[in-house]
Design a protein around this ligand. Structure first.
Ligand SMILES: Nc1ncnc2c1ncn2[C@@H]1O[C@H](COP(=O)(O)OP(=O)(O)OP(=O)(O)O)[C@@H](O)[C@H]1O
Ligand SMILES: [Mg+2]
Length: 262
């Protein structure tokens, strides 16, 4: 944060190294009669890798989507790097750019090349020079191991390659936080590891990450913390080893029994 930003911010909004990267305070959300997020209270320090697990329908995707305002909340507050998420307008666009998101489906633009897909966001939102954006995009494609596919179209790439492009595209916005919602669950098994490897190196480099995944190897290797959700609530909040070896709630034991048995 610059001095100018700090000067205009309310004291409680001034960012510092001790400011959590993500804060959700008493967040509640309904879909009609369904209370999909119930009193969510979490603080994610900068650089932490949070794994979110839980049964289908427990609210994991909704939790992620509220963090960058793809879904509005009914009450409570969400802050990213100390700043409250604005409801709309330019401020929202800027803050949303701080939060990169990678979905199960890769959501690449089919009629644009890989390179164009990665360049699109920075050109539109960050308003950077085309040459700078291009160099940065190529560097990111190099980093995810597909620089040699830059001029191809998404359909010409494997699922694992497309998902790595989606990660590069999110990184192109220089986000402060990366959200991953089951990034490997649509992939053929042999392509899962190449995507997890990119995510692991991102975690090692200190990116703050929220990752919905049932990939336990990744969770234990790259995760700092596990949130177990059930019925819209965070039921357990612990370190990966404790969660996977000694969960405390019956819900988590039942859930782990199911995912470990198939
Ligand atoms: N746009 C929506 N309108 C109405 N209900 C919704 C909407 N999106 C999600 N829901 C409901 O909210 C609940 C939580 O959904 P969510 O997608 O967050 O669960 P999840 O934990 O990600 O599940 P999964 O493991 O299947 O991806 C589900 O009961 C779902 O049907
Ligand atoms: Mg989901």
């Amino acid at each position: 944060m610059t001095a100018a930003d700090a000067g205009s911010a309310k004291p409680s909004e001034v960012s510092s190294s001790s400011t959590p990267m993500i804060t959700m305070t008493n967040v509640n959300k309904h879909f009609g009669a369904l209370h999909v997020l119930q009193d969510i209270d979490i603080e994610v320090p900068s650089g932490q890798v949070v794994i979110v697990v839980g049964p289908s329908g427990s609210g994991k995707s909704t939790l992620c989507r509220t963090i960058n305002r793809l879904e509005p909340i009914d009450s409570g507050e969400i802050r990213v790097d100390g700043k409250t998420l604005p409801a709309e307008g330019k401020a929202l666009a800027a803050l949303r750019a701080d939060v990169g998101m990678v979905f199960q489906s890769f959501n690449l633009f089919a009629h644009k090349t890989i390179l164009e897909n990665v360049m699109l966001g920075p050109l539109k939102v960050r308003k950077q020079k085309k040459e700078t954006v291009r160099e940065n995009a190529l560097r990111l494609l190099e980093r995810v191991g597909i620089a040699n596919q830059a001029d191809k179209y998404p359909a010409q790439l494997s699922g694992g390659q497309q998902q790595r492009v989606a990660i590069a595209r999110a990184l192109a916005m220089s986000p402060k936080v990366m959200l991953f919602d089951e990034p490997t669950s649509a992939l053929d098994p042999e392509m899962v590891q190449e995507v997890l490897d990119v995510m692991t190196s991102l975690a090692k480099e200190g990116m703050t990450m929220v990752v919905v995944t049932h990939e336990m190897g990744f969770a234990r290797k790259a995760g700092d913390r596990v949130l177990f959700m059930a019925d819209g609530r965070i039921v357990e909040d612990t370190d990966p080893t404790t969660f996977f070896t000694a969960p405390s709630s019956d819900r988590a034991k039942d859930f782990l029994g199911k995912i470990l048995s198939h």
